[in-house]
Design a protein around this ligand. Structure first.
Ligand SMILES: Cc1ncc(COP(=O)(O)O)c(C=O)c1O
Length: 377
């Protein structure tokens, strides 16, 4: 079992801090902006209610699941039955991991992008399945090439993981990809798992879509979502999976054997967050968009190659000539005091890239390019 990607980066960060380095940490995707205070107030209110001190339901309070369904209707025009098509998650990471517990048997093939959020393929491995990696490359706009999957692999595949807007490449998908995924899933009887953690972090008026908006998606797919990035609530551990009722109930069944749900006061705060929606999301979007511009413009000015992301808080930067992901990350850390994540940490096809985040304030982000300018690349 490998150490979790960020555990290793944490170790190296601690060593640099112990040497007295003033680090600018663009390593992990964790909002530095606090949770809106109206949401915090709801937690405080809920925490003092004795009814909330008891075991919650593993699938979530009926009111939370209703709030999720209402939000999906408002935001994506997707109608969900809160009793059958919504399950709460202790953060989407938990649900993503338990999806494999619920559906992957030893020997099953799971189709996973490379690079990707590591939990998809780690879940497969823990359940004794086999991962088949689909490389995401610049010439494919960082979208999986479904045509490249050999027929015998497609026939044995149980699950396909996709994630748009994407971590770590920051790529976005259009309806055409989603429609092709539905067709592929029907042809080979594959379960589609769409990780939609970043749909609310779209910039310049771009609003990413839910996979469930596409015709036929509900027959084949489950979508994972989270309040973490949307409402700056990573520490709270609250998310949801929605979609096909059989998939939702399979996941809920696995979960109910392993966990006891989310503290109800947190669910009450989550209900408030979902009710407020864009009203509390928009200020964060503005901040991230401004930071994105500062970072991308700065990196380009020092000769680094990257696209300006339309969504997420990541910037996927090509390593300068002569550098691997590991050597470039090490150089940025040791000589510029800038923490990033090596692209190959997200999968082999991420080699040649480094991921930056914009989770520090704009003054620090301006300093990033200045520091890199002083380093001989
Ligand atoms: C693509 C993606 N999915 C899921 C998660 C997990 O988020 P959480 O467990 O906080 O909901 C992350 C976190 O970084 C992510 O990047």
């Amino acid at each position: 079992m490998p150490p979790y990607l960020f555990a290793e980066i944490d170790r190296r960060k601690r060593a640099a801090l112990a040497r007295g380095v003033d680090l600018i940490d663009l390593g992990i995707g964790d909002p530095d902006i606090p949770t809106p205070s109206v949401i915090v107030e709801k937690l405080l209110e809920g925490a003092s209610k004795p009814v909330n001190h008891r075991y919650p339901s593993s699938s979530g309070m009926a009111e939370f699941r209703e709030a999720v369904a209402n939000w999906y209707l408002r935001r994506f025009n997707v109608k969900l039955d809160p009793a059958k098509e919504v399950v709460s998650l202790i953060g989407s990471k938990e649900g993503i991991g338990n999806m494999a517990v619920a559906f992957v048997d030893p020997g099953d093939i799971v189709l996973v992008a490379s690079p990707c959020y590591p939990v998809y393929h780690i879940g497969t491995a823990f359940s004794g399945g086999k991962n088949y990696f689909l490389p995401l490359r610049k010439d494919n706009h960082f979208l999986p090439d479904l045509e490249s999957i050999p027929t015998d692999v497609a026939k044995q595949a149980k699950l396909l993981w996709i994630n748009y807007p994407n971590n770590p490449t920051a790529a976005v998908a259009d309806e055409d990809l989603f429609a092709r995924v539905v067709k592929f899933a029907n042809k080979y009887n594959v379960i589609v798992c769409h990780d939609a953690a970043y749909t609310e972090m779209g910039y310049d008026d771009y609003r990413p879509m839910s996979f469930l908006e596409v015709e036929g998606a509900r027959e084949v797919a489950i979508e994972f979502h989270s309040l973490s990035k949307t409402f700056n609530m990573t520490g709270w551990r609250i998310g949801m999976a929605v979609g096909n009722p059989e998939l939702v109930s399979g996941l809920a069944q696995a979960k109910s054997n392993l966990d006891s749900g989310i503290f109800q006061a947190i669910q009450e705060a989550g209900i408030e967050a979902l009710k407020l929606g864009d009203q509390v999301v928009e200020p964060s979007r503005k901040i991230y968009q401004e930071r994105r511009d500062i970072l991308v413009d700065g990196l380009r000015a020092v000769g680094l190659e990257c696209d300006k992301p339309r969504a997420t808080f990541y910037v996927w930067v090509a390593c300068p000539k002569g550098h691997s992901s590991a050597s470039f990350t090490a150089k940025l850390l040791d000589e510029a005091g800038v923490v990033t994540t090596p692209g190959n940490g997200f999968g082999e096809a991420g080699e040649g890239y480094v991921r930056f985040t914009v989770c520090v304030d704009k003054e620090r982000l301006r300093e990033v390019a200045e520091r890199i300018r002083r380093v001989k690349l």
